[in-house]
Design a protein around this ligand. Structure first.
Ligand code: HEM
Length: 332
């Protein structure tokens, strides 16, 4: 790919300040565009550093790939993909309903950033760390190898109320979920494809036990939930500990594949918002896509990469906007 900025290839990469300046130069020349070669000259080892840390974290706990994928999603839906979810403080997005006791992987991001700061100080943004960590979380779980676009800069503020209002919830009707995606420039296909991210990871009892008892006047269990899955989930959640977790994709919990969609075809989705993509009144616009991806794994993997690039392009800060945080938890 041709370079669209002036970062020279034979630059001495130990000259950290110069490198930071080069990346700033790159951002200015790039005029708001993310590129797949943004760090090629000013921190060529960036992707390898992220990959090594994600790989080590997933060896210790396979689920971490999923947690990192979700962090990028929750970052991008609030103020755009600007690393705002990583900021600590009283207005932290970490304290918002969808993230509290739920979003995880922050220590892995800290470790990645510490390695990057050693190798190329002040060069790689926390927002790009999230995009790269999500990419490797997917890839190392067996998912597609898409070209992640880079060159985001970090935001200066967190937006807790935005996290509460913009992020889709498991009890939201599909029409509301589609609207929340549309609000950030993503369409109904993106909703279905990206929901396929639930092919990895876990969900807590508190977020699906609405389907297990007192469901309606006529049925105590959600009729769109497979009865044997319902029994095992009831056994899991019976003790009342809402933090017990079940696989979002029963059957292949840590493998990035299209079983998530096959599950929906046989009423084995975990969350109401998952099963709702196929069953029920609101599924008119999404049902055929669930069938398509359930039948065609390659198509799902390919479309997932494409939609991830689209999601990663939500309102990125570029040029001289924002900053490159030294520590992802606080502005410089
Ligand atoms: C479509 C609307 C969505 C809703 C309503 C939703 C909701 C949820 C909920 C309730 C959980 C479980 C959280 C917990 O138990 O604490 C979860 C987990 C997860 N979500 Fe989503 N999500 C949606 C879309 C997405 C998208 C677009 C992605 C990524 C592309 C994604 C990736 C994940 C992953 C990987 C996990 C597991 C995280 C882990 O195990 O740590 N979700 N989601």
């Amino acid at each position: 790919m041709e370079h669209n900025y002036s970062c020279s290839r034979d630059v001495n990469c130990l000259a950290a300040l110069l490198l930071a300046a080069l990346c700033l130069g790159a951002a200015v020349v790039a005029r708001g565009q993310l590129t797949d070669d943004f760090y090629d000259d000013c921190c060529p080892q960036a992707e390898d550093i992220v990959k090594a840390r994600v790989s080590a974290a997933m060896k210790a706990e396979a689920r971490m790939g999923a947690s990192l994928l979700r962090l990028h999603f929750h970052d991008c839906f609030v103020n755009g993909c600007d690393g705002s979810i990583l900021l600590d403080g009283s207005n932290s997005e970490k304290l918002a309903g969808p993230n509290l006791n739920s979003a995880r992987g922050f220590e892995v991001v800290d470790a990645i950033k510490a390695d990057l700061e050693k190798a190329c100080p002040g060069v790689v943004s926390c927002a790009d760390v999230l995009a790269l960590a999500a990419k490797y979380g997917v890839l190392l779980s067996g998912g597609p190898d898409y070209d992640v676009l880079l060159g985001r800069r970090d935001g200066l503020v967190a937006n807790q109320s935005g996290a509460n209002s913009n992020l889709p919830g498991p009890f939201d009707p599909i029409s509301d979920i589609i609207k929340k995606f549309r609000d950030v420039g993503l369409n109904t296909t993106d909703v279905v494809v990206l929901s396929g991210g639930h092919t990895i990871g876990r969900g807590r009892c508190t977020l699906f036990s609405n389907r297990l008892s007192n469901f309606s006047a006529t049925s105590s269990v959600d009729p769109t939930l497979d009865s044997s899955l319902a029994s095992s989930l009831q056994a899991l959640c019976r003790g009342g500990d809402g933090n017990q977790t079940a696989a979002l994709d029963a059957g292949s919990a840590d493998a990035f594949d299209n079983h998530y969609f096959q599950n929906l075809l046989s009423q084995k989705g975990l969350l109401s918002s998952d099963q709702g993509l196929f069953s029920g009144a609101g599924a008119n616009a999404t049902k055929a896509l669930v069938q398509l991806y359930g039948a065609n794994s390659e198509r799902f993997l390919c479309d997932f990469g494409r939609s991830m690039v689209k999601m990663g392009n939500i309102l990125p800060l570029t040029g001289s906007a924002g900053q490159i945080r030294k520590n992802c938890r606080a502005v410089n």
